[in-house]
Design a binder for this molecule. Sequence first.
Ligand SMILES: NC(=O)c1ccc[n+]([C@@H]2O[C@H](COP(=O)([O-])OP(=O)(O)OC[C@H]3O[C@@H](n4cnc5c(N)ncnc54)[C@H](O)[C@@H]3O)[C@@H](O)[C@H]2O)c1
Length: 309
Amino acid sequence: MLSKITVVGAGNVGATTAQRLAEKSLARTVVLVDVIEGVPQGKGLDQWESAPIEGFDTRVIGANDYGPAAGSEAFVVTAGIARKPGMSRDDLVRTNADIVKQVSQQIKQASPNAIVIVVSNPLDVMCWVTKQVTGFPRERVFGMAGVLDTARYRSFLAEALDVSVDDIQAMVLGGHGDTMVPLVSYTTVSGIPVTQLLDKAKLDKIVDRTRNGGAEIVAFLKTGSAYYAPSAAAVQMVESIALDKKRVLPCAAWLEGEYGLSGIYCGVPCKLGRKGLEQILQVELSADEKAALAKSANAVKETMAAVKL
Ligand SMILES: NC(=O)c1ccc[n+]([C@@H]2O[C@H](COP(=O)([O-])OP(=O)(O)OC[C@H]3O[C@@H](n4cnc5c(N)ncnc54)[C@H](O)[C@@H]3O)[C@@H](O)[C@H]2O)c1
């Protein structure tokens, strides 16, 4: 168990993340910070009042400043505005960059040794903003996207094959956008290559649905975007850190030559433990997958160019 985790942004993703962290007892204290007066305090208190029923002792505290966040070992950054119908992730870039810049300055002051998991979109670019502003090493600034994209891919495959989600092993790499790269060649069902169980047309459809997974939810909700699966994904990353599980999860990591890419955040397989991002694993990719990853990286670079730090 960590001593303190702070979730910045008490909206849909942030509040659900705080609740999941508390229910899993991953920290002694969970702090929710938001700019809206009363909202983090109200949601934090409401969650704490569920403790006797759910059986956790994690104190959930809400605040509009970073005083209570001081000394946090980990931050989950969800501050920003959510995507609206018809809006691409990249449309969000300038507004959210300003918000994340301001949040990063506060994190650096409140907890200079913290690990920061970025969730705000456009994800890969917000990770870069956080790294630049905090000056933290790449081991302590990385992003959540691949765990969510992979969960969506796995859920669609489990549905198509009518098997347990537990038996679908898969990984989605690349940027968090329409150019993400589901690795079909590494997708197995209890070790059986998925290509032996589903024909190409069906697999292509599932890959396509995965790429548009966020937009599918936005189209249903009309206002706001997904938060149950995104918060579960962020919490899985925190859990691997808090419990030093050393899970291998796809995370947006700052690349320094891995996969032939540098100077960008991109989704790659990472080992997460108590020190944060402890290792980037390099796997062999097919020519098609390599090309898709390069295309995805280019899309991230183009969005980075829109932000002035
Ligand atoms: N990486 C992913 O896979 C993924 C998945 C889902 C959502 N997201 C992103 O996460 C972010 C949050 O989504 P949401 O659905 O919770 O949105 P939301 O609108 O429900 O919540 C965002 C919250 O951030 C707060 N906020 C704004 N500026 C702030 C600041 N300077 N400091 C602290 N809080 C601030 C707002 O008041 C609001 O409560 C969005 O950018 C969304 O696109 C990313």
